[in-house]
Design a protein around this ligand. Sequence first.
Ligand SMILES: [Zn+2]
Ligand SMILES: [Zn+2]
Length: 96
Amino acid sequence: MACEVIVGSNGKALAIACSRNRVAACSVPECRRPHTKLCDFPIAGKASLGVPAGTCDAKLCDAHATSQAEGVDFCPAHHARSKLGKAAASTREVAP
Ligand SMILES: [Zn+2]
Ligand SMILES: [Zn+2]
């Protein structure tokens, strides 16, 4: 993120302005579109490593987010896994 110090006429720093109009790009390689969604695939935590359970959170643009349900979107990799693993559906998933 590019930040810029705004200096007043007395030479003192007044504020630091950081450009926030740049949205992080989609996490799919080669895709440069800004992300609009995050992958909601549940990831099991690794207690021994201090990693809490959460979701994949991969950044996804509209084209790469696959809607699973209202407000639930998966990244391409997890969409494929969710289809393959439907028979053995488990609420726990081990992080890749
Ligand atoms: Zn994308
Ligand atoms: Zn994912």
